[in-house]
Ligand binder design. Structure first.
Ligand code: ADP
Ligand code: ADP
Ligand code: ZN
Ligand code: ZN
Length: 826
C-alpha cells in the first residue's frame, strides 16, 4: 500500500469549554482523539450545533486563518462560533449529505471516488487505440485497413471529460442533452385544447387562438379530448405545417401553422446564455447523440483496456467492475505501470460494495444520488486518501442504509480511526451507537429545553445509565414501536377491495412485479438500499396517482397499470424539503397561524382606532413592517473583500415592524412578541381562540412545542420541516381521502422522535387516510400495519417483492429485513 501521509501529529484530546451556539447551554466536554465518537440525542437537542456549528466551524475557521491572505479572500470566512475555548483541534474534514461536488453536473460516482482518475491513467498508459470506422486495433497509430482515423492523444488528461480536449464536443462532457419531450408537452391526453391539453400554451392566448383556427379548419372541436383528435391534426399541432401541401393531410394540408414543438425550440434558441431554459418544464434528459452517453471525444472512446472502452467500463455496476479489474490481463511490460492503480481502484470499489452501493454504476451522475448514497461515496473517496491525523465530522452516515449494511459502514469508520484519525459522528442508529468508543448525548429535549450534556462515556456505560433516553431505547429497542405508554399496537388488517395495485412495474431495476398496497392503514415499503423502493413509490405510484387526479406529474416509470386510485381524492408527498423558499416562511406563516393572529390584532380597539387592517401586521409586504430592513429584522453590511455580515436592524432592533404597528397590543403583547413565542407558550396565550389554538396544539403533539413561531424556515432541520407539514395535514377537516407518501421519514430522528412520528402517521390513518412510507428503519417497519419488502439485494439483485404482510408475518422470512425485524417484535 501507498505510504501514509501524515498531517501534523494529533494532540491527545479535544476539549470544548462554554459552547453556547444556538441552544447550547455552555457545554463543556473532553473527547479523546483517535477514537470513534457518536453524538446522539433527540432531534433539535443541539447535536449539529455542537458538531458542525461549533467544533467543525472553529477548526475550519482556524484552517482558513492560517492560509495566506490571498487564499482567505476566496474562502467564505466563517464567524467565530460562540464558545469560550476550543483546544486540541486539528485539520477537519466534514462529510455531510449536501456535498458541493454533487452540484457539478459532470460529477459522477467515478469522479467523486477518484476511481475515474485512476482509470484514466490506466487507459492512457496501456490502452490500445481502435479505428472508429472498422474497430480494428491501431498499429503504429494507423488503421491496418487503411481508414483515416482521429488519433487519440494518450497523455494524462486525455480521458478527462471535464476538459475540452477529452470531452465530446456535442454535449461538452455531460453525456446527455435535454430535449423537449412531447409526453410532457401533452401531459394528459384526456384533456381538450380548451382545458389546456398543450401545456406550454395554457397561458399564451395568441398561440391558443391560432391552434383553435387550425382545429376549426380540420372540422374538429377544441372541446374534444386530445386523444380523440385525428392523428394528422395532432401531428400538425405538435410539429406544425408549412403551407406547402407536403406536410399535413386533408383539410389542413395548405395551412401554415407553427407547431408547439418548433415554437418551443425557437424560444430556446433565442434565450440568452446563462438564462434559464424557457422550455425547462417540458425537457427530458436523453443520452447525447454525439457520444452515445460516453461523454468522451470519439478518439478517446475508441481506446480499450481489457476489451472495453473507458466509458463502457464505467457503465458497469461496481460489483461487475470489480470482477473486470480482477480479471484484467496485461502484457508484462505494462504490469508494473498499472499495478498500483489497479490496487487502489479495487480498494475503493470493494468499499463501495461493502457499504451496500455495489449496484451503482461509476457513470451515475452524482446529482441523481440520494443524500445517504452521496455521503457514503464521499467517504469512499476519503478512505482512498490514506491521510491520518484528521478530524472527520459526519452527519448520519447510515441515512438510507438498511441495517444489513450498517456493519460494513462501521468497519469503515473503524478503519479510518485505526490509521490515526478522530471521527465525530452525529447518529441515531443503535448499531453505530453501540460501536462507538465514546457516546455523547445531548438533551433532555429539543430547542430551549435541550442544549445540555446528558451523558458522556462508553457505549457499555450508556446501557447502564438509567437516566439516558438513548440508553433506554438501546436496552429495549421494541419500546419505540409501542404506542406511548407502552400500549401494544393493534395491527389493522386489509379490507377487501380497499387497495392499490401496481401491475407490471419495470422502471429502473423492478422486474415486472405486481405490488398490492392496502388502503386505510400505515404501509411500510422496506428493503436494502437500491432494492427499488423509491422507484416504486416515487417514480411510479406517486406520479400515476397525481396524474389520475388531474395533476401534471412527469410520466411515471415503466409499468402496465395502477388499479384502485379511484378511492383516493388527494395524494400528498410529505418530504423533508424546506417549508418555503426564503427565510420569510416561518412555522407561523406556513401553518396559516399568522393569518388568524393578524386578524386578532386588527380587531383590537387600538388597531380599529388607527384604521389598521390585518395586512398591516405582515412583515412580507409594505405597510406595517420596518422599511429600513424590509421586514427582515437584519441588515446586510458589505465588508469589501470580506464576506457580508448581518447585523440587527438599528431601527426596529430585530422586531421587523414599525413603531406604530408595534404599539398595537393584544393582551399586552405586540405582533413581534407573538412571533418570538414558542409554540407551547403561544398555545397557552391563545388557548381560548380556536383557529389559532388548534394548529398550535397539533404542532406541539408532533413534538415541535419548542419551535418559535417566527423562526426562519431556512434554520429548521429536514425532520422539523417534515413534521410541520404533517401537523398542517393533521389539522385539516376530515372528508377527502388522502394518500400520504413519505420517503425515508426517519432521517435525523432519534428513536423517541421516530415513535412520535409513527404515532402521527397512525393519527392520519385514524382520521380516514392512507399512508405509504418508504423506510429502511426497522422501527418504522415494526410500527406499520402492513409491510411490502423489496429486494432481495440492490440494483440488478433487487427489484422483486420478497415478502408482504403484517410485520409479524414478514419477520418469519429469510431475508435481511426479516432478520433485523425479529429483534424489534415482541
Ligand atoms: P440536532 O442536530 O440535535 O437536531 P440542532 O443543533 O440542529 O439540533 O438544533 C438545536 C436547536 O438550535 C434547535 O432548536 C434549532 O431549531 C436551533 N437552530 C439550529 N440552527 C439554527 C440557526 N441557524 N439559527 C437559529 N437557531 C438554530
Ligand atoms: P431504493 O429506494 O430501494 O434505495 P431505488 O429505487 O432508488 O432504490 O433504486 C433502485 C435501482 O434503480 C438502483 O439500481 C438504482 O441505482 C437505480 N436508479 C434509481 N434512480 C435512478 C436514476 N435516476 N438513474 C439511473 N438509475 C437509477
Ligand atoms: Zn456527447
Ligand atoms: Zn428593521
Amino acid at each position: 500500500p501507498a505510504a501514509l501521509v501524515s498531517a501534523p501529529a494529533l494532540p491527545d484530546r479535544l476539549s470544548v469549554r462554554g459552547a453556547r451556539v444556538h441552544n447550547l447551554r455552555g457545554v463543556d466536554l473532553d473527547l479523546p482523539h483517535r477514537s470513534l465518537i457518536v453524538f446522539t440525542g433527540v432531534s433539535g437537542s443541539g447535536k449539529s450545533s455542537l458538531a458542525f456549528d461549533t467544533i467543525y466551524a472553529e477548526a475550519q475557521r482556524r484552517q482558513v486563518q492560517s492560509m495566506s491572505s490571498f487564499a482567505r479572500q476566496f474562502m467564505n470566512e466563517m464567524d467565530k462560533p460562540d464558545v469560550d475555548r476550543l483546544d486540541g483541534l486539528c485539520s477537519v474534514v466534514a462529510v455531510d449529505q449536501r456535498s458541493s461536488a454533487s452540484r457539478n453536473p459532470r460529477s459522477t460516482v467515478g469522479t467523486v471516488t477518484e476511481v475515474y482518475d485512476l482509470m484514466r491513467v490506466l487507459w492512457a498508459r496501456v490502452g490500445r487505440g481502435h479505428c472508429t470506422d472498422c474497430a480494428a486495433e491501431l498499429v503504429d497509430q494507423a488503421c491496418p485497413a487503411g481508414h483515416d482515423t482521429p488519433l487519440p492523444d494518450l497523455s494524462g488528461p486525455a480521458f478527462s471529460f471535464n476538459l475540452p480536449f477529452g470531452q465530446c464536443p456535442a454535449c461538452l462532457g455531460l453525456g446527455s442533452t435535454r430535449e423537449v419531450d412531447p409526453a410532457l408537452v401533452v401531459p394528459d391526453e384526456a384533456r381538450s385544447l380548451d382545458e389546456g391539453a398543450l401545456a406550454p400554451w395554457r397561458t399564451v392566448p395568441a398561440e391558443r387562438s391560432a391552434a383553435a383556427d387550425l382545429v376549426a379548419r380540420a372540422g374538429r372541436s377544441t372541446a374534444s379530448p386530445w386523444r380523440t383528435l385525428p392523428a394528422e391534426l395532432r401531428s400538425a399541432l405538435l410539429h406544425g405545417v408549412d403551407g406547402s401541401g407536403t406536410t399535413g393531410a386533408g383539410p389542413i394540408s395548405g395551412a401554415r401553422f407553427l407547431g408547439v414543438l418548433p415554437w418551443l425550440e425557437r424560444r430556446r434558441a433565442s434565450a440568452g446564455e446563462g438564462t434559464p431554459d424557457p422550455a425547462e418544464p417540458y425537457l427530458r434528459t436523453v443520452a447525447c447523440p454525439g457520444c452515445g452517453g460516453s461523454r468522451l471525444a470519439p478518439a478517446q472512446a475508441s481506446v480499450r483496456v481489457g476489451g472495453r472502452g473507458i466509458a463502457e467500463a464505467c457503465a458497469l455496476p461496481v460489483t461487475s467492475a470489480l470482477r473486470f479489474f480482477a480479471r484484467l490481463e496485461v502484457a508484462d511490460r505494462d504490469r508494473r505501470v498499472i499495478e498500483q492503480a489497479v490496487i487502489e481502484i479495487t480498494d475503493r470499489l470493494t468499499f463501495l460494495t461493502e457499504v451496500g452501493l455495489g449496484y451503482l454504476t461509476l457513470d451515475r451522475p452524482a446529482r441523481t444520488l440520494s443524500g445517504g448514497e452521496a455521503q457514503r461515496i464521499r467517504l469512499a473517496g476519503q478512505l482512498g486518501t490514506r491521510l491520518f491525523g484528521l478530524l472527520y465530522v459526519l452527519d448520519e452516515p447510515t441515512v438510507g442504509l438498511h441495517p444489513e449494511d450498517t456493519a460494513a459502514l462501521i468497519a469503515t469508520l473503524r478503519a479510518l480511526r485505526d490509521v490515526g484519525n478522530t471521527l465525530v459522528v452525529v447518529e441515531h442508529d443503535h448499531q453505530v451507537i453501540r460501536a462507538a468508543d465514546r457516546v455523547v448525548e445531548l438533551g433532555p429535549a429539543a430547542g430551549e429545553l435541550g442544549g445540555r450534556l446528558m451523558f458522556t462515556g462508553t457505549a457499555e456505560e450508556l446501557l447502564d445509565d438509567s437516566d439516558s433516553l438513548t440508553g433506554r431505547f438501546l436496552r429495549d429497542p421494541g419500546g419505540s414501536t409501542a404506542r406511548p405508554g407502552g400500549v401494544p399496537r393493534v395491527r389493522r388488517t386489509p379490507r377487501p377491495g380497499r387497495e392499490i395495485v401496481v401491475r407490471g412495474a419495470r422502471a429502473n431495476n423492478l422486474r415486472d412485479v405486481d405490488v398490492t398496497l392496502p388502503l386505510d392503514m400505515l404501509v411500510a415499503v422496506s428493503g436494502v438500499s437500491g432494492a427499488g423502493k423509491s422507484t416504486l413509490v416515487d417514480e411510479i405510484l406517486c406520479r400515476a396517482a397525481e396524474r389520475a387526479l388531474g395533476g401534471d406529474a412527469p410520466p411515471p416509470g415503466d409499468h402496465d397499470e395502477v388499479l384502485g386510485l379511484g378511492a383516493i381524492d388527494r395524494v400528498i408527498r410529505v418530504d423533508q424539503s424546506p417549508i418555503g423558499r426564503s427565510a420569510r416562511s416561518t412555522p407561523a406563516t406556513y401553518t396559516g397561524i399568522l393569518d388568524s393572529v393578524r386578524k386578532v390584532f386588527a380587531q383590537t380597539d387600538e388597531a380599529r382606532r388607527r384604521g389598521f387592517k390585518p395586512g398591516r401586521f405582515s412583515f412580507n409586504s409594505p405597510g406595517g413592517r420596518c422599511e429600513d430592513c424590509s421586514g427582515d429584522g437584519t441588515v446586510r453590511v458589505e465588508m469589501g473583500f470580506l464576506p457580508d455580515v448581518f447585523l440587527p436592524c438599528d431601527v426596529c432592533h430585530g422586531a421587523r415592524f414599525d413603531a406604530e404597528t408595534l404599539a398595537v397590543r393584544h393582551r399586552g403583547r405586540s405582533i413581534a412578541d407573538v412571533l418570538a413565542m414558542s409554540v407551547d407558550d403561544a398555545a397557552e396565550f391563545f388557548a381560548d381562540l380556536g383557529p389559532v389554538a388548534r394548529p398550535l396544539r397539533v404542532l406541539a403533539e408532533v413534538g415541535l412545542g419548542y419551535l418559535r413561531l417566527g423562526q426562519p424556515g431556512n434554520t429548521l432541520s429536514g425532520g422539523e420541516a417534515q413534521r410541520i407539514k404533517l401537523a398542517n395535514e393533521l389539522q385539516r377537516r376530515p372528508g377527502r381521502h388522502t394518500l400520504y407518501l413519505l420517503d425515508e421519514p426517519t432521517t435525523g430522528l432519534h428513536s423517541l422522535d421516530v415513535a412520535r412520528l409513527t404515532g402521527v402517521l397512525h393519527d392520519l390513518v385514524a382520521a380516514g387516510h392512507s399512508v405509504v412510507a418508504v423506510s429502511h428503519s426497522m422501527e418504522v417497519v415494526a410500527a406499520a400495519d402492513w409491510v411490502v419488502d423489496l429486494g432481495p439485494g440492490g440494483g440488478a439483485d433487487g427489484g422483486l417483492v420478497v415478502a408482504e404482510g403484517s410485520p409479524e408475518h414478514v419477520a418469519t422470512g429469510e431475508g435481511a429485513t426479516a432478520r433485523h425485524l425479529r429483534g424489534l417484535l415482541r
